[in-house]
Design a protein around this ligand. Structure first.
Ligand code: UDP
Length: 195
């Protein structure tokens, strides 16, 4: 399906099922895959930051409509988007996939307490996931250094909960290096998942 432009951000137009099919196929083929779940705040931020806009439009493999506001805007523009697909939807689905297929997953972001709780919950509820790494989101190192550390752990999936645009900037570094992983910024999802 054709992309839909909302205030300069080019959204993919798949249903949740469509995204699952596409992402699953890329995971099987070990294709570097960078997903941006764009909510209205991200669209506004991209409009104020041309580098962020370029990163989303040129580097992301999938840009999902994360928010009813995006769906409504698309309807008003007469270019309907099939459905809202949130970071949390894809996050919980990808955890199931990782568990079923025994994948290595790296988690970065949120406060130490949150990420360590998340680690425990993953271990008990998704016992077949190999945790490649758990790191809180309050580091002082440059993103390049963090990206190098992540690469060394050879993850199949990476979830970054650092808030935008930092989480996308980190994943963009890894996408440009063609790291063969499915990577997604998940905003506040670690807090929700652990809380
Ligand atoms: N966060 C982080 N490092 C930072 C800033 C934020 O790890 O330097 C985490 C924060 O703890 C939270 C997540 O990023 O778990 C999302 O933060 P926020 O709700 O501010 O971002 P948004 O969901 O609006 O992108």
């Amino acid at each position: 399906p054709e992309k839909v432009d909302i205030l300069g951000v080019k959204f993919n137009n798949y249903s949740l099922k469509g995204y699952k099919n596409e992402i699953s196929r890329r995971l099987d083929n070990k294709k570097s895959t960078f997903i941006v779940t764009a909510n209205p705040e991200i669209v506004m931020a991209a409009n104020e930051n041309p580098i962020f806009m370029k990163l989303i439009n040129q580097d992301a493999d999938f840009v999902t409509a994360d928010g009813i506001g995006i769906i409504k805007a698309a309807n008003i523009l007469n270019k309907p988007i099939s459905e809202r697909v949130t970071g949390y939807d894809l996050f919980t689905w990808l955890l199931d996939v990782a568990n079923q297929r025994k994948k290595r997953v790296y988690f970065i972001g949120a406060k130490e307490e949150v990420i360590s709780d998340l680690g425990k919950r993953i271990q008990s509820e998704y016992p077949n996931i190999e945790v490649a790494g758990l790191r809180n989101g309050y580091f002082k190192d440059k993103l390049d250094i963090i990206a190098r550390d992540i690469t060394k752990t050879k993850p199949d999936m990476i979830f970054a909960a650092l808030g935008y645009p930092k989480q996308e900037q980190l994943l963009d570094i890894l996408r440009k290096k063609e790291l063969p992983a499915v990577m997604m910024g998940v905003g506040g999802s670690f807090d929700v998942f652990s809380g």
